[in-house]
Design a protein. Structure first.
Lengths: 419, 435
């Protein structure tokens, strides 16, 4: 039995032929489904009659408020199909079982208390098909003392520790959450990796397995230097404005330019080559003042007079635009980049030359640019991006093609969809 | 002195590896953060990852001054002539890999690299664009050396486009991809990131790309060149605000953006990071609906202020967050951060201590239960903790068999057993400074 309406197995996409049922209500699960779908998997998003919770999160296209116009939903659900199945009812669970018989992967974000309430047991689900891989993504994983606790992107980033490294020099200001949904995104990245490991393992064994990913575990290893600084010299790093949290304070690393924009740039006073490049650059604008003095050849002297250097560099950047500083600094071999806004990304000539942003067609708004697929394979095709599905848009075509495990006609009671 | 004999015996290369990637051999030219973390995943799950290093240009994580038993130094403050085998960050990034040295500046070194590549089915690198080409190691050449090869190329800007040769590292990628701009309080400079988030995330995207390519090759026998740009991965992580710009034409250049710890969507309130007892101690609280709000009010002992009509509905609470936050902070300020979290979580309110690495490692019962961190011995560093790959598979476990290689530790094994040099030839490689 094959599902109808899905992508062609032979279309050259990396995951062509892989069938995924997604029971996800947060960006962590939905992001994994999105990446799989963009790599060619057939991802069926199973939604309750009221739709995925993410359909109710703004912003909304045109500032409407209905579930088919949530830009949060649009962002995280490209290239998927939607089927309405009320998995909270027995009939709905039977329908879900029917879908899973022929699926490779189930993605779920149901938390342990929700699984218990629905009497969903992963071992039972997996009994449907030996090949089924169940990917569970939850705030804390499926077991442990905090397994039943609630979380969110902010709470996850706090408990997992990345938040402790982010904020301002002024510690009367609390740590500040980085934008986007980076707690969920961290879980999504590891969940994708875990799932791909299980898919490769299944190529050897023919058997699926349970992949249990907790957002808290993922964030606990996603603070870069914070853990190594604790593992080794046993020190806790301190947050600083828009630069690495460190054991002790360091000089600012963002500079405001003539056009009001900021550039990120670290003055590596200890590195001779980087120092000389910077000095030549400042001197070429006639702003080097006393920095050309011989004493500044000595890294120790530079370190001792860092405040003075910092002041001169601040003035230097204030007298040019961020783009001028960016391109000339890079031409001189220095790692420098403007703090770029989403609006400005759309104007970036490099991203444009790589055709990164892709126009996606919609029914009731003009084509809109989305970020393209972040993996490029020379030998494998690239999926064209398709808009997120409307609620239940594919219910009929999907449910017509599964052998119903439930009594005949029971799927009709799920409501909300096209049946 | 510690007795090293047990450690040395268990470090012998050539032990059969276990896991889904057993049998995959990787010629790994990666260095720094992104590349090393990306190929660590392969090594964790059974691949024989052979890290190729340069004795002159020592890999940065070997030099960063993160040392056991020494006072902490900021990572820019490197020691002169530091022992490359003591670096803690390198140990963290390169566990489970083999380590060899090749002098790629010599013709014999480049020849040796080609002979090693011929014995591998994956090649990985994250140099500045052009370095591998200068050594003649194009995809076409690798395909000749090892038909069906997967060639993973990891860079900031990707391998095409006008800025392909620009330099970047985590914070520059975060700046260039929008992730720093969207992070901070309104009306002031961005707070951005206090870590190289994109070194990690780009690494994970590169690990995923490698696994995708391996999955496909197992089906079809076909290899591929992979081009993952860290900046493009970063833009991909910016999220729905991008569509607010492209669909609605609503600019992010406005005085009320970004929104600090508050959400623009959905209308969560209170939603913030509140002070707790002690120096720089904080707890995050996030209330998304009426049920969580009543749970919060109950947990706080039904204070009078909570009956203020401004706080009667979720929309109204969202509209009056300044006033609401003053009350919440007044309640948290003199309380223990863990006590606040436990009380609120037991009441059904999402809340979490802003934990640091010490809290995670020494106090967090969930991390301990899940076994997120593990320990391995190292001949120079001694026992050390590691960040595990946080995925729990029911039938597969990570094969954590060895801490990071010493510089050139596996030269003899790799060049004799795998590449096939005789003892004499191997002696020549050493004598002539090829390895």
């Amino acid at each position: 039995m094959t599902w109808a309406g899905g992508p062609d197995v032979g279309d050259g996409l990396v995951l062509a032929g892989v069938r995924v049922v997604e029971l996800a209500g947060d960006p962590a699960g939905e992001m994994v489904g999105k990446l799989l779908a963009e790599m060619g998997a057939d991802v069926v998003k199973v939604e309750p009659p009221e739709g995925s919770a993410t359909r109710r999160i703004g912003p909304f296209a045109g500032y409407g408020v209905d579930g088919d116009h949530s830009l949060t939903f649009w962002y995280y659900n490209t290239n998927k199909r939607s089927a309405v199945v009320d998995y909270r009812t027995l009939d709905g669970q039977a329908t879900l079982q029917g879908l899973l018989e022929d699926a490779d992967v189930l993605i779920t974000t149901l938390r342990p208390p929700e699984l218990r309430a629905l009497a969903i047991d992963f071992d039972e689900l997996r009994a449907v098909s030996e090949r089924l891989i169940v990917l569970s993504i939850t705030p804390f994983g499926l077991d442990g003392p905090w397994a039943d606790w609630l979380s969110s992107d902010l709470v996850g980033l706090a408990l997992g520790s990345p938040l402790n490294s982010c904020g301002y020099d002024d510690h009367s200001i609390p740590p500040i959450r980085p934008g986007g949904d980076q707690g969920y995104q961290s879980a999504a990245s590891f969940a994708l990796i875990g799932l791909l490991l299980a898919l490769v393992e299944r190529q050897h064994t023919g058997r699926g397995q349970l992949v249990d990913v907790g957002m808290h575990d993922c964030l606990a290893v996603n603070a870069e230097l914070a853990n190594p600084y604790w593992f080794y010299p046993k020190v806790v790093v301190q947050r600083q404005t828009c630069r690495h949290a460190q054991p002790t304070p360091t000089q600012p690393a963002i500079f405001q330019c003539a056009d009001g924009r900021w550039v990120y740039f670290v003055i590596f006073v200890a590195e001779q080559k980087a120092w000389r490049s910077l000095l030549e650059w400042i001197d070429s604008k006639g702003l080097a003042v006393d920095l050309t003095g011989e004493e500044y050849d000595d890294p120790a002297y530079r370190q001792a007079h860092f405040d003075h250097i910092q002041e001169i560099v601040e003035v230097f950047f204030m007298l040019q635009t961020a783009d001028e500083a960016y391109h000339e600094g890079q031409a001189r071999g220095l790692a420098i980049g403007p703090i770029t806004s989403p609006d400005e990304l759309l104007e970036d000539e490099h991203l444009a030359a790589r055709d990164f942003f892709v126009a996606v067609e919609h029914d009731d708004v003009p084509p809109a640019l989305y970020p393209g697929v972040p993996f490029r394979f020379s030998a494998h095709g690239v999926a064209s991006l398709r808009r997120a599905p409307k609620l239940g848009e594919h219910t009929t075509e999907i449910l017509d093609c599964i052998p119903l495990a439930a009594p005949a006609g029971s799927a009709a009671s799920t409501g909300g969809g096209a049946r | 002195m510690r007795n090293l004999s047990d450690t040395v015996a268990s470090r012998s290369p050539g032990r059969p590896r276990r896991g889904p990637l057993a049998g995959v051999r990787v010629a790994d030219f990666c260095w720094m953060g992104v590349g090393s973390v990306a190929t660590r995943l392969l090594a964790d799950f059974g691949a024989e990852v052979i890290k190729i290093e340069d004795r002159v240009r020592i890999d940065t994580p070997r030099r960063l001054p993160i040392y056991k038993g020494e006072p902490a130094r900021n990572f820019g403050e490197e020691a002169i002539d530091a022992d490359p085998n003591r670096g803690g960050l390198f140990n963290n990034y390169c566990r489970n890999k083999l380590g060899v040295t090749i002098n790629m500046r010599t013709p014999r070194g480049r020849d040796l690299a080609e002979r090693l590549i011929a014995e591998c089915s994956v090649v990985s690198e994250n140099f500045a664009p052009g370095v591998m080409e200068r050594w003649g190691l194009t995809y076409e050449r690798l395909e000749q050396l090892s038909p069906g090869v997967i060639y993973a190329r990891m860079s900031g800007y990707g391998h095409s486009g006008p800025h392909a040769e620009y330099r970047s590292y985590g914070p520059v990628v975060q700046a260039m991809s929008g992730l720093s701009y969207i992070s901070g309080l309104p009306g002031r400079e961005p707070s951005g990131w206090g870590l190289s988030y994109m070194d990690n995330q780009a690494a994970y995207y590169n690990s995923a790309a490698l696994l995708l390519a391996l999955f496909r090759r197992n089906l079809t026998g076909q290899g591929t060149e992979i081009d993952v740009s860290a900046i493009e991965a970063g833009v991909n992580l910016v999220g729905p605000v991008l569509l607010d710009v492209t669909v609605n034409g609503r600019s992010t250049h406005r005085p009320d953006y970004p929104t600090g710890n508050r959400l623009e969507w959905p209308n969560a309130a209170p939603h913030g990071v509140y002070p707790a007892r002690g120096d720089d101690r904080w707890v995050a609280i996030a209330v998304f609906d009426d049920a969580q709000w009543s749970a919060l009010v109950d947990a706080l002992g039904r204070p009078e202020w909570a009956r203020d009509t401004r706080f009667a509905t979720q929309d109204s609470r969202f509209a009056h967050q300044d006033a609401l936050d003053v009350h919440v902070a007044a309640w948290t300020r003199d309380r223990d951060r863990y006590a606040v979290m436990e009380l609120l979580q037991q009441s059904g309110v999402p809340a979490g201590v802003v934990q640091n690495a010490e809290d995670l490692n020494e106090r967090d019962p969930q991390v301990a239960h899940r076994g997120v961190f593990f320990e391995l011995d190292h001949p120079v560093i001694g026992p050390a903790k590691f960040e595990g790959t946080p995925v729990q598979l029911s039938d597969t476990t990570a094969d954590n068999w060895r801490s990071a290689p010493l510089l050139g530790e596996d030269n003899a094994y790799v060049f004799k057993q795998i590449v096939g040099f005789s003892d004499d030839e191997y002696g020549d490689l050493e004598a002539e400074g090829v390895i």
